[in-house]
Design a binder for this molecule. Sequence first.
Ligand code: A2P
Length: 273
Amino acid sequence: HVTEAAAPAAKTPTLPDAQTVTEVRHWTDRLFSFRCTRPASLRFRSGEFVMIGLMGDNGKPLLRAYSIASPSWDEELEFYSIKVQDGPLTSKLQHIKPGDQIILRPKPVGTLVHDALLPGRRIWFFATGTGIAPFASLLRDPQTYSDYEEVIITHTCREVGELQYGKELIESIRQDELLAELIGEGFADKLRYYPTTTREESAKMGRITDLMRKGEVFEDLGVAPLSPETDRAMVCGNLAFNLEIKDMLEEYGLEEGANSKPAHYVVEKAFLD
Ligand code: A2P
């Protein structure tokens, strides 16, 4: 009779560029954040993004650009994501649990980097929604505080619950002993946080763009309107917001910078799936 060769032992399929999820937090029914292992070879500049995702049903990786929210000195990587119920990636990604694998292409890129800006006195980080993610990295980068005398982060969301990730981030930065050691005691005094909501009552309501036009932001913070002599800006939010604030920054006299040609501000789209 014929002896059939034993079938090769079934192997756990390993994803290309697989990383393991270590923590997942759901902030609202529209937002979650997660942490995963970091490839030993991955070096990145605060503010950059990488392609991450899952294996699609067709056996091809389904990838999207995600800003790295963790600082470059962190052992793990952190991401902050929207959940879109019919989103090709996030309808699935929102269900990940610690121990699951995701795909992460270790090729960081992006425009929201310190290298793209000329030296200045004050830096503004303007975010809407999940656009706060790259700033979560930049706000934990010692260079942000050594390069600037003042660091202002504005975050506009529809509802109060959507501000929670940023709120906890700012609190944890203010109490961070490692940052205090790296940058010097009192670094937290440089950091100003300006959260606003547009569709639910909160301490400060309105789109940041409208509040700037009215001069309310500058009054509240006790700073002069932006000028190319003193101010630098990074922008990350939805498309309409990016376009509107870009026009405003140009009106203040700021010019758009790039890695190859540093100037006064840089812009990047927040991830929407
Ligand atoms: P609004 O509620 O008035 O649309 P989203 O969740 O849709 O990405 O929006 C995030 C936040 O960005 C919301 O508070 C939204 O305000 C605000 N926003 C949307 N478009 C603009 C814009 N052109 N300028 C300023 N803020 C905007």
